[in-house]
Design a protein around this ligand. Structure first.
Ligand SMILES: Cc1ncc(COP(=O)(O)O)c(C=O)c1O
Length: 387
């Protein structure tokens, strides 16, 4: 029986009670005012000008790639993608006909290896780099932004599993030209399913809003909406149903947004709890195992504590001990994405020393706000005893 789950729901009984009370007022449930309120509150919290809510982190990534493509700003369709991240950090590049090139993982943060990135950028001259803020451990953003400025690529920042982490006082997800977030179960906060894209660029914001909802302009600011109507000489009767871009329907709902606003109110507390848990694991296990490390003056907000065993055999022993003691575990994120069929079938198996090590030796330990020090001690001891 599992005693310690990797993830626990951050939507608790109080959140459910609040939701029921609100539902009894018979509110509009599809995307409306509450979603706009959630977007505004999110922008304020993350420190960006605009945010667009959608139905998952994967949809947020899809929106970022497509808005970038539709913007007409790309000089080519080459994109550098990470070997360690999630399938949907890369899938839209394949779906939209980009030419993805995979990058090795950094041995400290497990984000993009910046030496490898620079050599790939020199060789391929990509217009775009997609980086992942791996598991709430902030990447080396000073060096990353230096490369961005030097080579002039667009940076898409996948912060889907890194909400609440910060780099030298600035929140993760506020560095890229656009950044994505996930509100799936077990993440730093949850709206059941859900996602967000944040940006400071009004052109991207308008494209994101249009392609989120079929390609129409109804969700734009009145001034931008009117300007499109005039530009295309649209009469009043047609106005609501004119499609300016070939869009999707990736909207979420006001119900999810209502939950999101409640989650945002306790996000700082939940993040603090995860940081405390992470520090505890670091004290117990950080000197014994290879673990993610960030630069000083950075704040981690991990949703699982990742560690690398010495080799596959040692990982097997640790996993067996965890399972035997009712502690849920799994591989580290998705391991090396270059070894997965979705990638290997198209571009060939792609191996790198660090990404492969994460694939073969990585595992997760639970980190959620409900864990107390006794639980963390028991989990850490179980790992240590298995050595
Ligand atoms: C780095 C990263 N990007 C994207 C996603 C996708 O988010 P979602 O599950 O909300 O689609 C995940 C999910 O865990 C993730 O870890």
């Amino acid at each position: 029986m599992i005693k310690f789950h990797l993830a626990e729901d951050t939507i608790d009984t109080e959140d459910i009670a609040r939701l029921i009370q609100w539902l009894q007022t018979n509110p509009r449930l599809t995307k409306g005012k509450v979603t706009v309120d959630f977007q505004d509150k999110w922008s304020q919290w993350i420190g960006r000008s605009y945010s667009v809510n959608c139905n998952s982190g994967s949809s947020a990534n899809l929106l970022m790639y497509y808005a970038l493509l539709l913007s007409g700003k790309l000089k080519n369709k080459k994109v550098i993608v990470p070997s360690v991240g999630w399938v949907t950090s890369i899938a839209p590049a394949i779906q939209f006909g980009f030419e993805p090139v995979m990058c090795e993982a950094d041995s400290d943060t497990f984000g993009l290896d910046l030496d490898h990135l620079e050599s790939l950028v020199k060789e391929h001259k990509p217009s775009t780099v997609l980086m992942v803020q791996v598991l709430g451990v902030p990447h080396k953003m000073d060096a990353m932004l230096e490369l961005k400025n030097k080579y002039g690529f667009f940076l898409l920042e996948d912060a889907c599993a890194a909400i609440g982490a910060s780099y030298k006082g600035k929140k993760v997800g506020s560095f890229g030209d656009m950044a994505s977030f996930s509100f799936y179960f077990g993440h730093q906060m949850s709206t059941i399913e859900g996602g967000m894209v944040s940006t400071d660029d009004a052109t991207f914001k308008n494209l994101l809003l249009m392609i989120r909802s079929h390609g129409w302009s109804k969700d734009l600011d009145e001034r931008d909406h009117q300007s499109l109507i005039e530009q295309h000489h649209i009469d009043d009767f047609h106005t609501p149903f004119v499609f300016y871009e070939p869009g999707f329907n990736l909207r979420s709902t006001d119900l999810n947004a209502f939950i999101g606003i409640g989650q945002l109110e306790k996000l700082d507390w939940m993040t603090f709890r995860r940081q405390e848990n992470h520090s505890y694991y670091m004290q117990q296990l950080g000197d014994i195992f290879s673990v993610q490390r960030c630069e000083s003056e950075c704040q981690v907000a991990s949703i699982s504590f990742g560690l690398l065993a010495e080799d596959e055999a040692q990982r097997k022993r640790i996993v067996a001990a965890l399972v035997q003691n009712g502690i849920e575990t799994r591989i580290f994120s998705a391991g090396n994405l270059g070894l997965h069929p979705f990638w290997a079938n198209r571009y060939g198996t792609t191996r790198f020393p660090m990404a492969d090590r994460i694939h073969q030796c990585g595992l997760f330990l639970p980190n959620n706000p409900s864990l107390n020090e006794d639980s963390l001690a028991f989990i850490s001891q179980t790992v240590l005893k298995a050595l």
